[in-house]
Write a protein that binds this ligand. Structure first.
Ligand code: S3P
Length: 165
């Protein structure tokens, strides 16, 4: 079984996922990056041309194309588990791990890192709180929740302990 990382934008899914895969000889896939490769345009462009609905359709299709792999490490997008039957698809790919971060840390991490995230074009704090409100119950359906306020090394160690890698 692989490991699938879910959580808010800014929770560290890509950084932690890459490190976890490196340590464990896994194959790392960042769903956002794969979506851009497949579409031949940036996710911001997909949002602009096709709206969020089109973006979510594309996300669903690209997710469906990912095959199971024993040491797959998949970093989902922040919204991935909240749409369509994506959560079931993520579960089929591996142990689902929620990287949990406080709203305050998310504000700080995202403040200077918004250009690739069209959902954050408006008021950052309000948007993050609204999204968290809707998504936290979904994220908490993960098999494992880790406190992602720590260093990348510590988070990776915690995940490895909890998933038995
Ligand atoms: C989104 C999160 C982004 C990306 C898109 C939408 C979301 O991924 O998929 O901008 O709905 O939370 P990251 O969580 O990797 O930033």
């Amino acid at each position: 079984m692989g490991v699938v990382l879910i959580g808010m934008m800014g929770s560290g899914k890509s950084t932690v996922g890459a490190r976890l895969a490196e340590e464990c000889g896994g194959r790392f896939i960042d769903l956002d990056d794969l979506m851009e490769q497949v579409a031949g345009m940036t996710n911001r462009q997909i949002f602009e041309e096709r709206g969020e609905k089109g973006f979510r359709e594309h996300e669903k299709r690209v997710l469906s194309s990912i095959e199971q792999h024993e040491r797959l490490v998949l970093a989902a997008g922040g919204g991935t588990p909240a749409f369509h039957d994506n959560l079931a698809k993520l579960r089929a790919l591996g142990t689902v791990v929620y990287l949990r971060v406080s709203p305050q840390s998310l504000f700080e991490r995202l403040r200077d890192d918004r250009q690739d995230r069209p959902l954050l074009d408006d008021d950052l704090e309000e948007t993050v709180l609204n999204l968290l409100d809707k998504r936290e119950p979904i994220y908490l359906q993960a098999d494992v929740t880790v406190d992602a306020e720590h260093s990348v090394e510590d988070i990776v160690a915690d995940i490895r302990r909890k998933v038995g890698w």
